[in-house]
Design a protein around this ligand. Structure first.
Ligand SMILES: Cc1cc2nc3c(=O)[nH]c(=O)nc-3n(C[C@H](O)[C@H](O)[C@H](O)COP(=O)(O)OP(=O)(O)OC[C@H]3O[C@@H](n4cnc5c(N)ncnc54)[C@H](O)[C@@H]3O)c2cc1C
Length: 365
């Protein structure tokens, strides 16, 4: 069989990994991303890669221990609460740098915002973009994230009639801050966790992460996320609160905790508070018969509380590339290869969605 062409919609961690996987297997692809270029948008903070994602890319980076503390005593609670995060199998990467790394050798068509697609008479796909351009291929993969247009196109026709809702709103509020620390302050954070740490206690779930250091290592750029139970996050007061009100709320919540763990909030400047956002998740489902499938957040968005969303997206990509490669070698149906990928992905990703949701549901109410 000659190589089919795969149209990939979205150049996030999932779409780029899929393009690398297809490139590795010698499968033709075109990747379309709505951003105008690789630097068009801030790419977020950092992401923890777990094995096998990290292993799949043959990283030689040092792996990390994860540290989770009792918010009030400052003692490690990993063992006492039975929390297991596979110590020693993490690497933590700056998202923007990792995306740059994944872009190496790839040909991305920037500034292409996908609108919809059609299945052609020959069984292939035609993708339509908002600028009026089109592309034709044998398979279309939606890697366009949480608010996936590709998913909507599939949903509109075949799935979710009338329930469940396309996205499930997780009853959690999140308040965010970004802080620049000097060398001494960085060293104190590093004692708590080299790249990130979290503390948990009654009414407190505070995650602190390192985004990057300045080139002369004199400053470190950190961020923190404060999670709390919020029955109606889309209607929450935090969506209209001022930055000062958001910071004051978090300061009130952490005032009684172990001083080293709240230092990051004490150092927060009001003007550098971030925008709160709402968490959504979704249990993935099989796509209908045909040449279209979904990977990553487009099919299984999940809360970030176990750090598994990107890991699943990348694993989807590698496994989908393998299934397509096998089908090409055996001369079997490509659509069947998509369904085989989904059949393997669904139980794995469903478990991650549900475990990640459970942590949010366990926040003190
Ligand atoms: C605070 C936070 C921390 C996290 N930490 C971790 C972690 O430590 N570990 C982990 O595994 N996961 C983590 N995650 C989850 C992780 O970020 C996501 O699961 C992951 O980014 C999903 O990748 P994706 O490629 O599927 O989607 P995205 O990264 O959202 O990429 C989608 C891409 O599609 C493009 N796009 C969208 N619409 C269109 C369109 N119409 N046409 C063309 N292009 C389009 C977008 O511009 C984007 O580039 C975290 C999430 C959050 C919010």
């Amino acid at each position: 069989m000659t190589s089919p062409k795969v149209l990939i919609i979205g150049g996030g961690l999932g779409g780029l990994t899929l393009a690398q996987s297809l490139r590795y297997h010698g499968i033709d692809y075109e990747l379309f991303e709505r951003d105008e270029g690789p630097q068009a948008r801030v790419q977020g903070w950092a992401v923890a890669l777990q094995c096998p994602s990290a292993c799949l890319w043959g990283s030689q980076s040092r792996t990390l221990q994860v540290d989770i503390y009792d918010a009030y005593t400052g003692e490690s609670i990993m063992a006492s609460r039975g929390i297991y995060y596979s110590p020693g199998t993490f690497i933590r990467v700056n998202r923007a740098k990792y995306r740059q790394y994944l872009l190496i050798g790839l040909d991305v068509q920037w500034g292409h915002r996908f609108s919809h697609h059609e299945v052609t008479e020959s069984g292939g796909v035609k993708a339509f973009f908002e600028d009026g351009s089109t592309a034709v291929g044998d398979i279309l993969v939606g890697a366009d994230g949480l608010r996936s247009r590709a998913r909507c196109a599939i949903v509109r026709d075949t799935m979710y009639q009338p329930n469940p809702p396309v996205l499930n709103t997780v009853p959690t509020g999140i308040i965010i801050g970004e802080v620049t620390l000097n060398r001494e302050q960085c060293e104190r954070q590093a004692k708590l966790g080299r790249a990130f740490h979290a503390c948990i206690g009654k009414d407190v779930y505070l995650f602190t992460g390192l985004k990057s250091y300045s080139s002369d290592l004199s400053e470190g750029y950190f961020y923190w996320l404060f999670f709390f139970a919020e029955a109606q996050p889309t209607e929450s007061w935090i969506n209209t609160a001022s930055k000062a009100e958001l910071l004051s709320f978090v300061k009130g919540k952490v005032q009684g905790i172990y001083p080293a763990l709240r230092e990051i909030v004490d150092l927060q400047k009001v003007e550098e508070m971030g925008e709160p956002f709402v968490l959504y998740d979704r249990v993935p489902e099989m796509c209908p018969a045909g040449p279209v499938t979904l990977i990553g957040d487009a099919t299984h968005p999940m809360t970030p509380l176990r750090g598994e969303g990107a890991n699943n997206a990348m694993r989807d990509s590698v496994e989908l590339g393998q299934k397509l490669s096998e089908a090409i070698q055996l001369g079997t149906s490509l659509a069947d290869a998509l369904r085989a990928y989904e059949a393997a992905m669904i139980p794995r990703a469903t478990q991650s969605v549900l475990l990640s949701r459970q942590i949010a549901l366990n926040l003190e109410r």
